[in-house]
Design a protein around this ligand. Structure first.
Ligand SMILES: O=C(O)CC1=CCC(=O)O1
Length: 269
């Protein structure tokens, strides 16, 4: 277990390094009400090719939960502070859902740090104010168990949900997630909108969407891909909001194909 302490008001961040020492860096950002373990199935498949940094967003996993409110830009600043702390100068970045919005923010703030970026199952704007208000109220009043079933329904298709051996750990991850981390991050999502800014991103980009994703439907992925200049788009079949968990083989192929190809072109000589 590794922990990067940060002076208040920044959050101390729990992180893990894996993969191959000396290989190009690949940094992952997880989704709301999950933690860095969300990426384990993919890392098992591609870790050998990269040096991998995974970390828990503030208010998630073993990272600190500072007093809210916070914004998506605060989460992006956390990541930039963490990569500075670890002396990681350049990296490929892959973020899913809220992690995808963190990746949008990092791509806007610090394009010179990025070899390539993957915006997975995300949107320039995710959900609406009413929907987020309802989920924040439910979690505040009744706790994370009350939001877990809704999350799981949006995250996975029926066949995955029918198998307790596959489903149970991910549901437990939600119910153990800190309520204040969930509510403050949900409020950050409610207030975030990258519609006007994403067109100025200048980093080689892959957008991943999924056929059955009801949280960030394929049309949101298509909009991200149509807005970010020269972005490549992949819509995965047969999966919902978390394709990296439900079909890590196919997801790993997408990363393994895209990142090394563009990184060769973008990395300074
Ligand atoms: O929980 C959901 O509906 C999906 C989600 C939206 C943002 C995020 O990170 O997860």
């Amino acid at each position: 277990m590794l922990f990067a302490p940060q002076p208040a008001p920044r959050a101390g961040l729990h992180y893990r390094l894996s993969g191959t020492y000396g290989a190009p860096w690949l940094v992952f950002v997880h989704a709301l009400a999950t933690d860095m373990r969300l990426w384990d199935p993919v890392i098992e498949r591609i870790g050998g090719r990269f040096r991998v940094l995974t970390w828990d967003l503030r208010g998630h996993g073993l990272s600190d939960t500072p007093a809210g409110p916070w914004s998506i830009t605060d989460l992006a600043d956390d990541l930039l502070a963490l990569t500075d702390y670890l002396r990681i100068e350049r990296f490929a970045l892959c973020g899913i859902s809220v992690g995808g919005q963190v990746a949008l923010d990092v791509a806007l703030q610090a394009p010179e740090r990025l070899d390539a970026v993957v915006f997975s199952n995300t949107g320039l704007k995710i959900g609406n104010a009413e929907g987020w208000a309802e989920r924040i109220a439910t979690a505040t009043t009744h706790g994370m168990t009350a939001v877990a079933d809704g999350n799981i329904e949006r995250w996975f298709t029926d066949s995955f949900r029918a198998d307790p051996a596959r489903l149970t750990p991910w549901r437990t991850m939600v119910t153990r997630s800190p309520v204040e981390g969930f509510t403050n991050t949900a409020a950050a999502l409610r207030d975030a909108d990258y519609t006007g800014r994403a067109a100025s991103i200048r980093v080689p980009s892959l957008v991943i969407g999924a056929e059955h994703d009801t949280s960030t439907p394929p049309d949101l992925a298509r909009t991200v891909a149509a807005t970010v200049p020269d972005a490549r788009l992949e819509i995965m079949d047969g999966v919902a909001h978390l394709p990296n968990v439900q079909d890590p083989d196919a997801y790993a192929v997408l990363l393994n194909t895209f990142i090394p190809e563009v990184a060769r072109r973008t990395r300074p000589a």
